[in-house]
Design a protein around this ligand. Structure first.
Ligand SMILES: O=C(O)CCC(=O)C(=O)O
Ligand SMILES: [Fe+2]
Length: 467
């Protein structure tokens, strides 16, 4: 069932103060057969707690207004940050070496086990840096295991480093080859040289209006340098009043707005399709890591990645997510890529749907590029790490070409099956290494703890954010 949230928004003016959603996710694998590996409680926080969103509050929908239930929610189908991706994608082999080493140490008497428990490994990495005699607390056996676990990680770094480097070089060559054969795309991948080009050909006119009316673009009659903005050295500040006109709150904490012009989206869509088709016909395609060729930087579109990050996601997040996702700080990292799906999956469009997952991101931007598909809607549940009650799907969003959705990365979401055509979306995952991630440790997340309790008084030192 499809819902038009925009028309609902016009009808409903309520707030979320008492609306909660919960979901329990449970999944087991043979290696962890006695232990649930993902058990996550989710909830929605009160909209009124997010002070920075004052200008959206009266547009909030009640979660209880949504009548789609999740009775058929497939518990062990959860993806992304909720489970160990390697286990989900490749089965158990990734943990085999660790198990084998562990059984070589039958005399292990302490509970310390960095081979099995990620939290122990993290503790050691932090502890070695923090305490002069950190190792003195562990038995020789513990230290042996720590050494093996660290060596194991280091060899993964070595292996992936050279693999990734080679693959990036390979893509660069393939892109050059593609552009030589199809010179009509050469201009398209060039970074724009002035704001005028961005305003008239890349952005939707409504986004142009909202962004460039903001005071910073008029201060002292000086023009804001495009190069400085793209380099991230001149932070962009957008005025709330203009953004309010531009944006809709589709459902709790999920906002949509017209961002890219449909003409630009269609062109980007055609460029991506042409490049992927070219890659598919290349014999090198099989040796490339999953998704590496769909990374915007690798596709020669790093400038678009920077533009969206610095001109749109960072300033919007300062209004929407500063307190709830960024610990009062800023975003400082971005990864942009094309998510491609098809009703008839191929090598370059390998997915028909995307299972419910959270992103490894503080804030995610999602722009629909392709319009000739059926299905492929976005579903949202609650926020990882918040306390919760209830089991309702929060809402469904139907993508529109050029329209962006922005949401917290820890907001559980899925893409429903594409039933006809191909679906392309530009996704940008953004992080806050210096703020949010410097305040928390990921041990809860990787250790799949269950006792976050949903309050700031979680029993874990790293608080309730990661679980
Ligand atoms: O394709 C989409 O709309 C969503 C993709 C997504 O959630 C992701 O790549 O993390
Ligand atoms: Fe996602």
């Amino acid at each position: 069932m499809l819902y038009s949230f925009q028309s609902r928004l016009r009808e409903r003016k309520s707030n979320l103060r008492h609306s909660f959603v919960w979901i329990s996710l449970l999944s087991t694998t043979p290696n962890w057969s006695r232990v649930p590996i993902a058990f996550t409680h989710l909830s929605l926080v009160s909209a009124s707690s997010a002070q920075s969103k004052f200008w959206f509050r009266n547009k909030s929908l009640k979660a209880s207004d949504m009548s789609i239930t999740t009775d058929d929610f497939i518990i062990n189908n959860v993806g992304g940050g909720a489970v160990n991706e390697k286990k989900r994608l490749y089965g158990e082999q990734s943990t085999e070496p660790l198990e084998a080493v562990q059984s070589d140490h039958p005399s292990l008497s302490s509970a310390y086990n960095p081979l099995q428990h990620r939290s122990h490994l993290f503790h050691a990495i932090e502890g070695l840096d923090r305490y002069p005699n950190y190792l003195s607390r562990w038995t020789e056996n513990d230290i042996d295991q720590l050494q093996v676990a660290l060596q194991e990680r280091l060899s993964q770094v070595h292996e992936q480093k050279s693999k990734v480097r080679n693959q990036r070089l390979q893509i660069k060559d393939l892109l050059q080859e593609f552009l030589d054969k199809h010179p009509e795309w050469k201009e398209f991948v060039q970074a724009p040289s002035n704001w005028e080009e961005i305003q008239s050909t890349i952005l939707d006119p409504r986004a142009t209006k909202a962004i460039f009316r903001s005071r910073m673009f008029h201060r002292n009659n000086e023009t804001t340098s495009l190069d400085d903005v793209l380099a991230g050295t001149m932070p962009v500040e957008l005025d709330a009043a203009y953004l309010q006109e531009l944006m809709d709150e589709e459902m709790f904490d999920v906002y949509s707005f017209p961002l890219l012009s449909p003409a630009f989206c269609h062109k980007l869509h055609r460029f991506v399709s042409a490049f992927l088709t070219y890659l598919e016909s290349s014999s090198n395609m099989k040796s490339l890591a999953r998704g590496i060729h769909k990374d915007l930087d690798n596709m020669g579109m790093g400038w678009l990645n920077n533009l969206l990050f610095h001109l749109v996601v960072r300033p919007l997040s300062a209004h929407l997510y500063k307190e709830t996702e960024l610990e009062g700080g800023d975003l400082d990292w971005r990864q942009g890529f094309i998510a491609s799906y098809s009703a008839d999956p191929t090598q370059s469009k390998p997915r028909q749907r995307l299972v419910p997952h959270t992103d490894d991101a503080e804030v995610t931007l999602n722009v629909c590029l392709g319009d000739k598909f059926k299905g492929g809607n976005l579903h949202f549940w609650g926020l990882r790490g918040e306390n919760v009650r209830g089991n309702k799907l929060l809402g469904e969003y139907k993508p529109e070409v050029g329209r962006a959705v922005i949401h917290a990365g820890r907001h559980l979401h899925e893409v429903t099956p594409i039933t006809a055509g191909d679906r392309f979306a530009l996704i940008q995952w953004t992080r806050s290494w210096k703020s949010a991630r410097s305040e928390v440790c990921p041990c809860c997340w990787l250790n799949q703890r269950r006792d976050t309790g949903g309050s700031k008084r979680s029993s874990c030192i790293c608080g309730p954010r990661w679980n």
